[in-house]
Design a protein around this ligand. Structure first.
Ligand code: ZN
Length: 472
């Protein structure tokens, strides 16, 4: 008999309940050594100035709007602010194919007709249009994710935020679902140089297919995606039975949901699944994709979530106290995206916010109520019943039981399908041979040793990597 799911008490339950779950890995011990959570916020001033096209639902301006709310609420006083650098070609080539990257670098709206024969191959067109500065845009949001990953590696922060990142659909050689370069894959690849196991969690309404695909055959990354699924809804993947393959069998977790899921159901299921995941996988770091198209009233979404429930998932992940990279993702009702990510920033820095939005130059976007938490629920009929959600929970927990504890720390291999990553390591191996005593993350990319050994020299690392960050 499943326990009574999803009542108001469950949702309102103090977040401390998740803290009862102790995961005393080395990473936890590191966080426990200082009381205050250190948050680093990466925002590129220019990233909100790109335009996919007037009728296109993806509006990078939402990033400018979010940043304004964050600053006008004073949240910058509670975290370190960084202006990230752009990702280099070599960094993007760690995952993406060179012909595809070459295409993105060269194509512009003015010369697009010369490249039309490549549009189908690289899947650009309506969903993924060619716009001015397309590659520059990719370099900016990806650079921020890579910098954030390095900050975590260096031990310079416990939580890093990049709301411009989270473009989870992009494939190795293909644009998809408004995404061109997959910053999440690039960030996780960076983290794998140091963290033995990385957990990816995705609460966008769409399946996190690009990230799942990249790590489908490795046991070093577990991907967990909560999304609408009916076989038809974009991108069409994310069935319960997609569980990974080869070494990665059971390491892809999918939580397919139906239209109209509400706060209590979603938070209940999220907590149940994540408690199971954290207990079995025991990640050394987490990447959380916070796509805001799972909110009620989203232009493309069909869920009924409030901003508070969406944020509760962020709180639940924070309470596990594992180093975490938080990125954005989808979200097409721009004002609510900005509200949501501002609220989630406040959760991450432990700052309560007044429901009345602070005066700011974009206040007009938030009419008529000018509140942080507008009413977003109840607009779509809820097609999730308790029987269905209980079945999904049982199936996921059953899958997790196949994982016999955390995989060994002596990792067998790096992700087998990431050729760029492999190539890069050969070169790094040469560098290491020259300087075997150098313990900086950059110089020990190819070493995989028990994680307790990594943490001993954290303080040394911090100075090395911290120096390249530019404080605004
Ligand atoms: Zn989405």
């Amino acid at each position: 008999m499943p326990r009574k799911p999803i009542d108001q008490d469950t949702f309102m339950e103090d977040a401390k309940s998740t803290q009862k779950k102790k995961h005393m890995s080395a990473s936890n011990m590191r966080l426990a050594s200082h009381n205050k959570t250190r948050v680093a916020y990466f925002h590129d001033e220019g990233v909100g100035n790109y335009h996919y096209g007037e009728r296109h639902p993806m509006k990078p301006h939402r990033l400018t709007l979010t940043n304004h709310l964050v600053l006008n609420y004073g949240l910058h006083n509670k975290m370190e602010i960084f202006q990230p650098r752009r990702a280099t070609d070599d960094e993007i080539l760690e995952f993406h194919a060179s012909d595809y990257v070459d295409f993105l670098k060269r194509v512009t709206p003015d010369n697009a007709e010369n490249y039309e024969q490549l549009f189908q191959r690289f899947n650009v067109g309506d969903d993924c249009p060619i716009f001015d500065g397309i590659y520059d845009f990719c370099q900016r949001y990806s650079g921020a994710t890579i910098e954030a990953a390095r900050k975590l590696i260096a031990g310079g922060a416990d939580i890093c935020i990049n709301w411009s990142g989270g473009l989870h659909h992009a494939k190795k050689s293909e644009a998809s679902g408004f995404c061109y370069v997959n910053d999440i894959v690039l960030g996780i690849l960076e983290m794998l140089r140091y963290f033995p196991r990385v957990l990816y969690v995705d609460i966008d309404i769409h399946h996190g297919d690009g990230v799942q695909e990249a790590f489908y055959m490795t046991d070093r990354v577990m991907t967990v995606s909560f999304h609408k699924y009916n076989g038809d809804f974009f991108p069409g993947t994310g069935h319960l039975d997609e569980i990974g393959s080869s070494l990665g069998k059971y390491y892809s977790v999918n939580v397919p949901l139906r239209d109209g899921i509400d706060d209590n159901e979603y938070v209940w299921l999220f907590r149940e699944v994540m408690n199971g995941v954290m207990d079995t996988f025991k990640p050394s770091a987490v990447v959380l994709q916070c796509g805001a198209d799972s909110l009620g009233c989203d232009r493309l979404g069909v869920f009924n979530l409030s901003i508070k429930a969406h944020g509760r998932c962020v709180q639940i992940m924070k309470d596990y106290k594992v180093p975490m990279l938080v990125v954005g993702g989808g979200g097409y009702t721009v004002r609510n995206v900005a509200r949501c990510w501002t609220y989630e920033t406040s959760i991450l820095v432990d700052q309560e916010l007044n429901n009345d939005l602070p005066p700011n130059e974009y206040l007009g976007f938030f009419r008529p109520d000018y509140k942080l938490h507008p009413h977003l629920s109840g607009h779509v009929e809820n097609q999730n019943d308790i029987q269905y959600l209980t079945k999904v929970r049982e199936r996921v927990l059953e899958q997790l039981r196949y994982l016999d504890g955390a995989p060994s720390i002596q990792m067998q291999e790096i992700p087998p399908d990431i050729q760029g990553f492999l190539d890069g390591d050969e070169q790094l191996q040469d560098e290491e041979d020259d300087d075997t005593m150098d313990q900086r993350p950059q110089a020990r990319k190819n070493r995989l040793v028990p994680e307790t050994e990594w943490y001993e020299s954290d303080d040394d690392n911090f100075g090395e990597l911290g120096a390249v960050d530019m404080v605004m």
